[in-house]
Design a protein around this ligand. Structure first.
Ligand code: KIV
Length: 276
């Protein structure tokens, strides 16, 4: 099956909602794609939900590439976006192009995501000029959480709302193919969505964006540590997995596993000979 292309993603603006989800490995990618997800983001949230760090900052390019390759192998239709980790692009256009190129060349991704607004526009433009599609990301940008005063809703006052509009416009000028809006008021997300020519994809940005994205572990209920208000959890995967592993532990301890169906036999003659 052919993957969705950037023009096909862009044609969905204002027509059919885009469904995006993070994925970090072969299994999550395969399940997400079977469910019909359009965009798979190999998010730097892997630092937290897969590697167990407190925030997204420690994850490296090499770690992200392992996840990216697995997601690409697990999917065939979805557009796969590699999330540029902290300090893989902030240092300048050359480093940004090199690392974005690694996501495409070594990771097999079709695009990359870069956090930041006006201040990142030059870097975004350089990556786009190098032929690599960029998904912009403004609002709450977790790599800057400490500078933003924590994980909080952005753009609530006039000044910061105007700044987000400028960010969106600067990134569109820089050539982004779509824009992720994280943790902004729903009405501001609507204004930005109406203002920009590219599809907007929201997380904690209300219902008026051109698409939605959530973290895989939040959707399936595999992340019990913390549930932001904007998350809707559709499953209890952690409970199911826990129960399955508990059952396995009990069966081994009680001698119920493995049973005859899970064991291999051998010819009685050979066995007899062995015992002689
Ligand atoms: O890394 C991530 O999971 C993200 C979210 C906004 C989806 O960037």
């Amino acid at each position: 099956m052919a993957r969705l292309t950037i023009p096909e993603i862009q044609n969905r603006k204002g027509r059919e909602p885009l469904v995006a989800l993070t994925a970090y490995d072969f299994v999550s990618a395969r399940l997400a794609e079977e469910a019909g997800v359009d965009i798979l983001l190999v998010g730097d949230s892997a630092a937290m939900v897969v590697l167990g760090y407190e925030d997204t900052l420690p994850i490296t390019m090499d770690e992200m590439l392992v996840f990216a390759r697995a997601v690409v192998r697990g999917s065939s239709r979805a557009l796969v976006v590699g999330d540029m980790p902290f300090m893989s692009y902030q240092t300048g256009p050359v480093e940004a192009i090199r690392n974005a190129g690694r996501f495409v060349k070594e990771g097999g991704c079709q695009a990359v995501k870069i956090e930041g607004g006006e201040e990142m526009a030059e870097i975004v433009a350089a990556v786009v000029r190098a032929g690599i599609p960029v998904l912009g990301h403004i609002g709450l940008t977790p790599q800057r959480a400490s500078a933003l005063g924590g994980y909080r809703v952005q753009g609530r006052d006039l000044e910061s709302a105007q700044k987000l509009l400028r960010d969106a416009e600067a990134l569109c000028q820089a050539g982004i193919f779509a824009l992720l809006l994280e943790c902004v008021p729903a009405e501001l997300a609507r204004v930005i969505t109406e203002r920009v020519p590219v599809p907007t994809i929201g997380i904690g940005a209300g219902p008026h964006t051109d698409g939605q994205i959530l973290v895989f572990h939040d959707v399936v209920g595999l992340w019990p540590r913390f549930k932001p208000r904007f998350v809707r959890t559709y499953g209890k995967a952690d409970q199911e997995i826990l129960q399955a592993v508990k059952n396995y532990v009990q069966d081994v301890r009680a001698g119920r596993f493995p049973g005859p169906d899970e064991s291999f036999g051998m010819s009685p003659e050979i066995l007899e000979t062995l015992k002689l």
